[in-house]
Design a protein around this ligand. Sequence first.
Ligand code: TXA
Ligand code: MG
Length: 354
Amino acid sequence: MEYSMNTIYAKMTEEEIDETQIRRAGEILRAGGLVAFPTETVYGLGGDAFNPESSKKIYAAKGRPSDNPLIVHICRIEDMDKVAASVPREARLLAEAFWPGPLTMILPKRPELPKETTGGLDTVAIRFPSNKIAKAMIDAGGGFIAAPSANRSGRPSPTLAQYCREDLDGRVDMIIDGGQVGLGLESTIIDLTDTTPVILRPGFVTWERLQEVLGDVNAGSLVPDMNDTAAPKAPGMKYRHYAPQGNLTIVDGSPEKVTAFINEKIRFHRSEGIRTGVICTEETKDSYTADLVKSAGSRADEESVARELFRILREFDDEGAGEIYAESFDSTGVGRAVMNRLLKAAGQRVVHVE
Ligand code: TXA
Ligand code: MG
């Protein structure tokens, strides 16, 4: 399909919502159009969840395979009963504890919800975001907005409206700029359709916090469907998402060894004329010799690393990094979400230096 739509741009903040533009977004959504919008996690690309044509347009605009299901965004807790065929007690407890917020629940879907929205599945992913612009837009659009992250398939999820523009200008009806998102990584996904709840994607609502509410929760694997994250892997694997154009390698080990290893690699790549990049932290940024040294924040502040990671991955593309090295992070708490995304971006290529 050729794209040459005139994308409408609107800018607002959570404190000052532009009601006129929200109404306009609502009209577009109700008419089957697409609107990119900020949430507290990343920008989403929204369409009416009950309109199969809208969901098809989302897949086309993103260049995403249509068997990859979308998340249905709601703006009232009780609306989960309008998309889920049955709502177990666990789901109600989680909604009370974490909604609105960065948690997505998988439940059996109601038959009225089109299969186009759920990628052909009998289950549905439901999320009630806390961002005020998102809530106003969902309400204006009819209350049920299917939305994946607003990036072209395979690229990092957008944390700024500028990245939605880069990926989707001319392919969607409207982009709402609400500034930099607060969290920077996508929502935690928990599957409640099995006997034991299982985390499908780690996020800000951590395994630890979910256990406090539900008791027994399966943490899921750090990277789904792969049992060996220790060995270096070739790029371009099935689970390579968010991948920068350059080769990304995670280096794990003591800080001194990691720095020495990376700097050695950088010397080699430079001799080959390759532009190099490093993802590091405030604590280590002065010890690297790469062309592009990017600190994601302090190691003590995992939330800062989460907020900056996708921006950094995109910047490496803009600045032409051919070989990129990343420090490794603790995979507990929010760090688990950071490592999950980093491992996917790296096609699980990890080097251990001890
Ligand atoms: O924070 C977020 O969740 C963002 C914002 C926009 O809300 N959305 C987001 O959507 O990250 P997306 O489409 O990029 O990721 C949704 C993930 C996909 O990996 C998809 O396969 C999974 O959720 N998913 C959706 N419905 C599912 C279902 N019924 N069963 C299992 N996985 C599902
Ligand atoms: Mg996505």
